[in-house]
Design a protein around this ligand. Structure first.
Ligand code: DGL
Length: 264
């Protein structure tokens, strides 16, 4: 294994940076390429076929070009739809991101769990499977909050965000039967932990949030155990389309050690 071989972290946009943050803590020396499919953003309002085709096509091109040691699909939408298909076609180890229903079920005292995700994620059979396996004796309420994806993107571009989006996300869960008893919320979209202070304020004290980032970082550390890491160049961000958002995101990328941006 080439010590400079990167870990490729893939999302539709900036959400996967929440996974990158956890990977940095676990593996500070690991070379990383952060890949954002900004040409396809958002994934949440696309069909399963569109998402599966984009994700497997792009990851095929990216792995051929950059030869990563491991690919992390840092996107719940892409993972719940395309993880199996991508694993079929790529030789490289793939770590996916799936809604953290298992830890939420272990944490809840009231037995009522909220789940915030994209429209595409919350309708997936994959999520039904996690619910049946880990939360069959709990109540799991789901709500699609695409506005939060746009809010997280705007936040990282340094733009203001309308505070009403956080109240609407909380209301979408609270207004459902038993919603007032939610004490644990699964952030089932990697964009959402970027908005944790606002979501905490919107749901009020007494609600805990769980996401998969730390578990994914642990899994990546486990799968790369014993491998050596040495950067041959600074880490960079890879985009699927050139656009003004790339320059606007440069400060948020630089604070995460992504020193330049390139397009595929
Ligand atoms: N960050 C992605 C997720 O975890 C999806 C955002 C989107 O493209 O709609 O689901």
């Amino acid at each position: 294994m080439d010590a400079a071989a990167p870990i490729l972290i893939f999302d539709s946009g900036v959400g996967g940076l929440t996974v990158l943050d956890a990977v940095r803590l676990a593996l500070p020396d690991a070379p990383v390429i952060y890949a954002a499919d900004n040409a396809g953003l958002p994934y949440g309002n696309k069909t399963e076929a569109q998402i599966a085709a984009r994700v497997s096509g792009l990851l095929g091109r990216m792995t051929e070009r950059f030869r990563p040691r491991l690919v992390c699909i840092a996107c719940n939408t892409a993972s719940t739809i395309a993880l199996g298909m991508v694993r079929e076609v790529l030789e490289v180890p793939i770590v996916g991101t799936v809604p953290a229903i298992k830890p939420a079920a272990a944490l809840t005292a009231s037995g009522v769990i909220g789940l915030l995700g994209t429209e595409a994620t919350i309708r997936q059979g994959y999520v039904d499977g996690l619910e049946a396996e880990f939360a069959a004796d709990k109540t799991l309420l789901r709500h699609a909050a695409p506005e939060l994806v746009a809010a997280a993107e705007a936040r990282l571009r340094g733009e203001p965000v309308n505070p009403a989006v956080f109240a609407r996300a909380a209301q979408g869960l609270r207004a459902q039967p038993a919603g007032e008893r939610i004490d644990t919320v699964v952030l089932a979209c990697t964009h959402f932990p970027l908005l944790l202070p606002e979501l905490t304020a919107a749901f009020g004290s007494g609600v805990r949030f769980v996401d998969g980032a730390q578990g994914i970082a642990r899994r990546i550390a486990f799968l790369t155990q014993g491998q050596s890491f040495a950067r041959s160049a600074p880490d960079f961000a890879l985009f699927t389309r050139d656009g003004p958002e790339i320059a606007a995101l440069a400060p948020a990328l630089a604070t995460r050690g992504l020193m330049r941006s390139v397009t595929l």
